[in-house]
Design a protein around this ligand. Structure first.
Ligand code: SIN
Ligand code: FE2
Length: 208
C-alpha cells in the first residue's frame, strides 16, 4: 500500500508587513492595552501547569486558559473582571489588508515572551468557524516558529518571525500544529524591556 508522505501545510509569511514606524506605533498601542488589561499567567487545563508566556487580550473576546475552566474565549479579563480593551485600529487594518476574510476579527490574543519563553506545538481550534484565518503579528525579538501538519507527528517547517512580520494560517494550514521553539534574545531594539510580543487575531463566532 502506498502511504503518502505527510507534508507541512501551506501558510503565508509576509515579512516586514509593518515598517519601523508602524511597529513603534503598534508597540505603544499594545502598552496602553496592557496598562488596562494587565498580563496574566495562564495555566493548562486539568494539570494547572503554568504557561511560559504571559498573556492578555484586546477586542470583544479574549482567549484564556486555567486548570478549572480549560481553554475558552470570554468577554472579560480573568483577574480584573473588566471587559477587554478595544483592538487598536492598526491591527484591524492588518486584518483588512492580509486576512482575505470580510468578517472582522473578534479576538486578539497578546502573547508576551521573555528570552526563556516558548510555546509548545498546538492547534488553534477553540473557534466556531475555521473558514476565517488566524493572523499573527510579531513585535520585538526574533522567534523560531514551526508549522507542521494536522497530526502532531507530521514534519515541521521552521521560519524565523521578525518584528513587523505577519503570518497567516489559512485554508489547509488553519488547523496545522504550530508553536514557538525559542525567542532569540537581543535581536530587536523595538521593545524597551526586550523580549517578544505576538498578537494573534481571530474570528471566534461563525462567519455569516
Ligand atoms: C500562538 O500560536 O498562539 C502564538 C504564535 C506566536 O507566538 O508566534
Ligand atoms: Fe496558536
Amino acid at each position: 500500500m502506498h502511504v503518502p508522505e505527510a507534508k507541512p501545510l501551506t501558510f503565508r509569511h509576509i515579512p516586514e508587513a509593518l515598517d519601523g514606524r508602524a511597529q513603534a506605533g503598534l508597540a505603544e498601542a499594545v502598552a496602553a492595552v496592557l496598562a488596562e488589561a494587565p498580563p496574566f499567567r495562564p495555566t493548562m487545563p486539568r494539570t494547572g501547569t503554568p504557561f511560559s508566556v504571559n498573556m492578555s487580550n484586546c477586542g470583544p473576546l479574549g482567549w484564556v486558559s486555567d486548570k478549572a475552566g480549560g481553554y475558552r474565549y470570554q468577554a472579560t479579563h480573568p483577574v480584573t473582571g473588566r471587559p477587554w480593551p478595544p483592538m487598536p485600529e492598526l491591527l484591524v487594518d492588518m486584518w483588512r489588508a492580509h486576512a482575505r476574510c470580510s468578517a472582522l476579527p473578534e479576538a486578539c490574543l497578546i502573547n508576551l515572551y521573555d528570552a526563556r519563553a516558548k510555546m509548545g506545538a498546538h492547534q488553534d481550534r477553540d473557534e466556531a468557524d475555521f473558514s476565517a484565518p488566524v493572523l499573527s503579528v510579531s513585535l520585538g525579538d526574533d522567534a523560531v516558529f514551526h508549522v507542521g501538519g494536522l497530526a502532531r507527528s507530521d514534519p515541521k517547517v521552521r521560519v524565523v518571525l521578525r518584528s513587523g512580520d505577519v503570518l497567516v494560517l489559512e485554508g489547509p494550514s488553519r488547523l496545522a500544529f504550530h508553536g514557538v521553539d525559542r525567542v532569540v534574545r537581543d535581536t530587536s531594539l523595538l521593545l524597551p524591556e526586550g523580549g517578544r510580543i505576538n498578537l494573534t487575531l481571530r474570528r471566534v463566532t461563525k462567519v455569516e
